[in-house]
Each structure stands twice: as structure tokens, then as C-alpha cells.
Write a protein that binds this ligand. Structure first.
Ligand SMILES: Cc1cc2nc3c(=O)[nH]c(=O)nc-3n(C[C@H](O)[C@H](O)[C@H](O)COP(=O)(O)O)c2cc1C
Length: 193
């Protein structure tokens, strides 16, 4: 069975409304492993020699990689940037032949939650820029690393979803994880508009 590795970056899952529920739903999908990266690296430090070697092997053992996180200041949580700086730098600059080159071709999906509503993420909306534009640095990273960019799964209004909307988001996430690889770029959106 193909293996999907979800790396979850959330500062405090005990206070999470959306990501905690989404990750619980994902963990029930066959072939999916969810890793709470904050629990693994509580001090935010990822050592490039030791920790990153372990993370590299985990990525290489996966058939699909998912990076899941809440959008914070139109960007990713700091631990995700630390993971990129340690793990991707190791794999693609220090150990390219042994590690980075072997990861090329692996699909990458983003699952991001946003506090604001879809209408905020467009020209004329309060956030002016689209989610696709905000995810551009990650897409550029995927391009540099030869990862196949899948349609991002976005949950809007993530703090204020009622039980039914949160359940629908979880179902949508599970379906996206169950479905085959879609190398398309339009975000799939869930949430109040
Ligand atoms: C420091 C910080 C920055 C945030 N920046 C944004 C932002 O730029 N855009 C947005 O839509 N929501 C923003 N939010 C809201 C979070 O994305 C939202 O609370 C989160 O996705 C909810 O997921 P959770 O229930 O798993 O914590 C921010 C929240 C925090 C704490």
C-alpha cells in the first residue's frame, strides 16, 4: 500500500480547533502516518547531521509527502522553516546524490488552515493576495527539489468552523488523501465564504 507521510507543524495541538481534528481524520486513512513535528522538536531545533538524517530517511520511505500547518502571517510556522533549513538543505545541497536526487518525483501536498475566509484571499479582499500566491515559496521549493506539486487542501475560517463544517473539512481531507495524485494547482477550499 502506498505510504503517505504527513508532517504536522502546529505550535500547540492541545489548543487547535482545526489541525487537531484534521490530523485525527488523516490518521484513520489507510497508509497514512502523521508526525507531530512540534512534539518531536519541542525546542524548535533540528540538527542537520543527526535529526535531518532521520527525517531524510522518513521522506525517502514515503510515496507521498504532506506538509500540514496553520497559515501564520501569510507564511508557515517557524518550525516548518527550520525543517526546510535543516532537512532540505542536507538532502539537496550536502547529500544530493544519496538523498535529494532519490526524493525527486515524490508528490507533495500542502494542507493549510487559514483563519480568514476565502473572499479575503483575492484582489480587493482584506488579504489582497491569493492562497496560491501565498504558497509560492513552498511551490518554488517543491520545484527546486523535483517534488510533484499536488492541489493544496485549504481550510478557511478554521477557527470558527462549527461541528458540521469541521466534519466536512475532515471528510474532504481524508478524500484528498485517499484519492490519487492530482498534479493540478487549483486549491481545494473548505470553509465559510
Ligand atoms: C501568529 C498567528 C498568525 C496568523 N496569521 C494568519 C494569516 O496570515 N492569515 C490567516 O488567514 N490566518 C492567520 N492566523 C490564524 C490561523 O491560521 C488559524 O488560527 C489556524 O489556522 C487555526 O488552526 P488551528 O485550529 O489548528 O489552530 C494566524 C494565527 C496566529 C496565531
Amino acid at each position: 500500500m502506498p505510504k503517505t507521510l504527513i508532517l504536522l507543524f502546529h505550535r500547540d495541538l492541545s489548543k487547535s480547533h482545526a489541525n487537531a481534528a484534521l490530523s485525527r481524520a488523516a490518521a484513520h486513512v489507510p497508509g497514512v502516518e502523521v508526525v507531530d513535528m512540534q512534539a518531536r522538536y519541542p525546542d524548535g531545533v533540528i540538527d542537520m547531521a543527526t535529526d535531518a538524517a532521520h527525517e531524510a530517511q522518513a521522506l525517502l520511505s514515503a510515496d507521498r509527502i504532506v506538509l500540514q500547518f496553520p497559515i501564520q502571517w501569510y507564511s508557515t510556522p517557524a518550525l516548518l522553516k527550520a525543517w526546510q533549513d535543516a532537512v532540505l538543505t542536507r538532502m539537496f545541497y550536502m547529500c544530493a546524490e544519496a538523498e535529494g536526487d532519490r526524493l525527486a518525483g515524490t508528490p507533495l501536498m500542502i494542507c493549510a488552515t487559514a483563519g480568514n475566509v476565502p473572499g479575503a484571499y483575492r484582489r480587493g479582499g482584506v488579504n489582497h493576495f491569493t492562497i496560491d500566491e501565498i504558497l509560492t515559496p513552498l511551490r518554488a521549493t517543491a520545484h527546486r527539489c523535483g517534488l510533484l506539486w499536488q492541489a493544496p487542501f485549504i481550510v478557511f475560517a478554521a477557527d470558527r468552523l462549527d461541528d458540521a463544517a469541521l466534519a466536512a473539512a475532515c471528510d474532504g481531507y481524508a478524500a484528498a488523501l485517499t484519492g490519487g495524485v492530482q498534479a493540478v494547482s487549483e486549491p481545494q477550499g473548505i470553509g465559510a465564504g
